[in-house]
Design a binder for this molecule. Structure first.
Ligand SMILES: [Zn+2]
Length: 284
């Protein structure tokens, strides 16, 4: 019941502003607005070597804004398949920003395609955001080799391409709240073997947290626990063991979904909730 969230008195009027009152239009404007939607569409659930599932990725809706969280490859096909069955038709051009938690290929292999597609097909730059170490290396050490030569039709020759030809960037800082798109986001460095950040998004009075890759870590648990909805990775060490997560308080487990799981996990009958591809989760 969205009306009760923003306009607690409105149900007393049967959800309608009586026509006889004739309020000025600017006062009635918000009454017919849909609630601020905060949802996550699950794009991929697999661990890095899965032969059954796409690697992890999520499309996060905050009101009218969509954020791509991680970039599984092939991203356009992954998006199309996740949208099937929903009244959604998301493509690369529809995202206000892409957040990358770390530079392991299963989390970021779709980024070069996002840059190339955005420049040559969508005619826009793709905004990318991540922690300081990620933004420092994503171009020179991950993408440049395949993207720094651009065939420029106006020049009639190949020229040197730069990050700015394809992307805009925002560096997210740990230890404080960052404004990104239309929400606030916090990041926390995990103990993964490359610089990696758990993230927590606050929007419209609700919050969503995602551990990214991490061994079981009480600091990460403390970081994600206050959120209304938690996605936590699971797997064999150096990932987080299933029984470590099963040992958490019921209050935390109740709002936790597992992801990044090896193919041999029994996702159907586990006591823990596992995400599945195409699932659309409301953050409430
Ligand atoms: Zn990783």
């Amino acid at each position: 019941m969205f009306l009760s969230r923003s306009y607690p008195y409105l149900p007393l009027l049967g959800g309608q502003v009586p026509a006889i009152i004739k309020l000025p239009e600017f006062l009635t404007k918000g009454f017919n607005m849909p609630p601020e939607q905060f949802r996550v569409l699950v794009l991929g659930t697999g661990w890095a070597f899965s032969d059954r599932n796409y690697s992890v990725g999520f499309a996060v809706q905050t009101g009218q804004t969509w954020t791509l969280l991680e970039a599984p490859f092939p991203i356009r096909k992954v998006l199309r398949e996740a949208c099937a069955g929903h009244e959604l038709n998301l493509d690369v051009k529809d995202f206000a920003v892409t957040i990358i938690t770390h530079l392991h290929a299963d989390h970021c292999s779709g980024v070069p395609v996002i840059g190339l597609y955005s420049k040559f097909e969508a005619k826009r730059k793709a905004p990318i955001a991540g922690g300081p170490e990620i933004m420092q290396r994503i171009w020179p050490d991950f993408m440049a080799a395949g993207m720094d030569a651009i065939l420029d039709n106006e020049l009639g020759r190949v020229r040197l391409g730069t990050f700015e030809d394809y992307f805009t960037s925002q560096v997210l800082q740990p230890g404080r709240s960052n404004k990104l798109a239309n929400y606030q986001i916090r990041i926390l460095r995990t103990q993964h073997m490359v610089p990696t950040y758990a993230i927590k998004i606050d929007f419209a009075g609700r919050s969503f947290a995602y551990s990214s890759d991490t061994p079981f870590d009480p600091e990460v648990i403390d970081f994600v626990s206050p959120a209304d909805c938690i996605f936590h990775e699971v797997g064999d060490f150096p990932h987080t063991a299933l029984d470590e997560l099963m040992g958490l308080d019921a209050e935390i487990r109740k709002k936790m979904y597992l992801v990044h799981h090896p193919d041999n996990h029994d996702t159907g009958t586990s006591q823990m909730k596992y995400l599945r591809q195409g699932q659309l989760i409301e953050i409430e």
